[in-house]
Write a new protein. Structure first.
Length: 241
């Protein structure tokens, strides 16, 4: 099954005397940020948060802020040396994928939770400045998450409004979902070329029309009105952000 996002890292074995970490080619879409890639990285941190020693919590939080600002990180850091060389290291992976209309993360982890968490943070630190802040925000949300590891987590990481249990379509291609939700798709596949993207006034006008149609007083289905209005509001936010 195709993954929406995938992180791969190389690391020393958990009980090796010298702890090392390196990055591998990964698939992490972040447009619009944080995208599936940011949701995956934040989800990795949330899944392993309880394995993190309390004395390392502040250290990891500080590392996210330093990397976000592009600061040079003196090595080793948090008991691991971050390097380019992968020789002699073991690979671990995590994938974000669809399941039953929602999202799950599959782990192939041969190391520790801390190694995956550090891999997620260093990967985000290597991203372009534009999406880097939003992705680091998703990681910090995961670091502070204390709730269940279910759809509410993924909605929280993505910044989707209200923690609703959104369809996986929202995470895979938020802009396409927003266009379809507002009935503004400009091609058969629901996508719009940059030149054809609706402007702010068009989005606002279409949102008002769709909101009026969704209201029960104007013939909208009463049972579905709240969800429809919530979807329209989120679609407008995505297109105007």
């Amino acid at each position: 099954m195709d993954a929406l996002a995938e992180l791969a890292i190389y690391h020393s074995r958990p009980f090796a005397p010298t702890r090392r970490l390196a990055l591998a080619p990964s698939h992490l879409p972040v447009d619009p940020a944080p995208g599936p890639g940011g949701v995956l990285l934040g989800g990795i941190v949330a899944h392993h948060r309880n394995e993190l020693d309390e004395d390392l919590f502040e250290s990891l939080l500080k590392l996210t802020l330093q990397l976000q600002e592009g600061q040079r990180i003196v090595q080793p850091r948090m008991r691991h040396r971050f390097q380019d060389d992968r020789h002699g290291l073991t690979r671990s992976r995590a994938r974000l994928r669809r399941e039953d209309g929602g999202l799950v993360i599959d782990f192939e982890n041969k190391g520790t939770g801390l190694q995956l968490m550090l891999g997620a943070v260093y990967t985000a630190g290597g991203m372009e400045p534009g999406p880097r802040r939003a992705v680091m925000d998703a990681i910090r949300k995961g670091l502070r998450w204390g709730g269940p590891l279910d759809r509410r987590l993924y909605a929280h990481l993505s910044g989707l409004d209200g923690g609703q249990e959104w369809s996986a379509d929202v995470y895979e291609d938020p802009v396409r979902w927003a266009l379809l939700t507002l009935g503004m798709q400009t091609a058969a596949d629901g996508r719009a070329a940059d030149a054809d993207m609706p402007d702010r006034k068009q989005v606002q006008r279409r949102f008002r029309d769709a909101l009026r149609a969704a209201h029960p007083d104007h013939g909208g289905a009463t049972d579905d009105a709240a969800k429809r209005i919530n979807d329209l509001t989120e679609a407008r936010r995505i297109l105007l952000s």
